[in-house]
Design a protein around this ligand. Structure first.
Ligand SMILES: O=C(O)/C=C/c1cccc(O)c1O
Ligand SMILES: [Fe+2]
Length: 313
């Protein structure tokens, strides 16, 4: 077995809010399963499809996709803060392959990645995402215009094709989703100050960052109490999405549109684009089997919380 996959929701609230004990235990058991799965697979290399939440990418220059040649963690919500272990030459070669395959990706030699990208690696490797070489692949999930899902699938497919005959064991990670609507500002509905932040907000002061994070924590607490002014989770949408993942028919992802996702699954449901890319990458390596799946709608985490593992058959 040369390729495997982990796709999971992330939430910066894991350490900041308190769901009922049985919910926490179920989530922890799913993490334990993922750790054992990855330990058993023992990848040589990780390709990490991650979103960003205005910690690394802003609307001064927002690419649909970006391959990191070098990257570091921004440390938001106490996530990993430091240089990541990116295999630069492989990342450069991958980017060339993608461009040759008609996929015009951006590249960065100084990519900043936030909790959304590093949290699965932190969970898998007990807090240290540098344990394995990792190529970060950013997928925009916060700013319009959103690329069509078909393009995300094609990006994932091409990345899978690149690694299909590799002598390295590759783990594809997708991080984010499922339905959720945390208080990340949206440009056309934003105040003057928020608009300024969405364009110019890189490297905030510690005070600004703390206030922003506290606002998300407060929103989660209110959401769990039924008092927050954000969209509800949508377990039905989540379970349908998980069915597509399990079916292996990655072309079925193409039917998801940005308008419908915003309307029924919340404005951050676009994070499932990372799953679409990861599942498409795995499918390009062969027919796959989903070997584990977990799902719970968890308001304290503001997340339709899904965790899956898969392997090429
Ligand atoms: O405040 C942010 O930047 C993000 C918050 C959040 C909350 C819950 C689930 C997620 O995927 C998030 O990114
Ligand atoms: Fe997120």
């Amino acid at each position: 077995m040369k390729q495997a996959l982990v796709c999971m929701s992330h939430s910066p609230l894991l350490e900041h809010t308190n769901p009922p004990e049985e919910v926490k235990a179920a989530v922890e058991a799913s993490f334990e399963h993922v750790r054992a799965f990855v330990k058993d697979f023992d990848p040589d290399l990780v390709v990490n499809f991650g979103p960003d939440h205005y910690n690394g990418f802003f609307q001064d220059l927002m690419p649909p996709f970006c391959i990191g040649f070098k990257a570091h963690g921004t440390g938001d919500y106490d996530s990993f803060d430091g240089e990541l272990n990116v295999p630069t030459e492989i990342a450069e070669d991958l980017a060339q392959f993608l461009v040759d395959s008609d996929l015009d990706v951006a590249i960065s030699r100084k990519m900043e990645v936030d909790h959304g990208a590093v949290q699965p690696m932190e969970i898998i490797y007990n807090g240290d995402p540098t344990v394995k070489p990792m190529i970060p692949v950013f997928i925009n999930a916060v700013a319009r215009p959103y690329t069509k899902m078909r393009r995300v699938r094609k990006l994932g497919t091409a990345i899978g094709e690149y690694f299909r005959n590799s002598d390295k064991k590759v783990l594809f990670i997708g991080s984010g989703g499922l339905s959720h609507d945390p208080p990340v500002p949206r440009f056309h509905e934003a105040t003057f100050d928020q608009k300024n932040f969405l364009v110019e907000g890189r490297h905030p002061t510690p005070e600004f960052r703390a206030a922003r994070q506290q606002n998300t924590i407060n929103t989660a607490i209110k959401f769990a109490a039924g008092e927050a002014d954000i969209m509800d989770l949508n377990p039905e949408w989540d379970l349908e999405f998980l069915e597509v993942c399990k079916s292996g028919k990655v072309e079925d992802f193409d039917a998801y549109t940005a308008e419908e996702m915003d309307r029924v699954a919340g404005h951050s449901s676009h994070e499932v684009r990372t799953w679409v890319a990861a599942y498409s990458a795995l499918r390009a390596c062969g027919e796959y089997e989903v070997t584990f799946d977990f799902y719970k709608p968890i308001k304290e985490y503001i997340a339709g919380f899904g965790v899956t593992t898969a392997v090429v058959k």
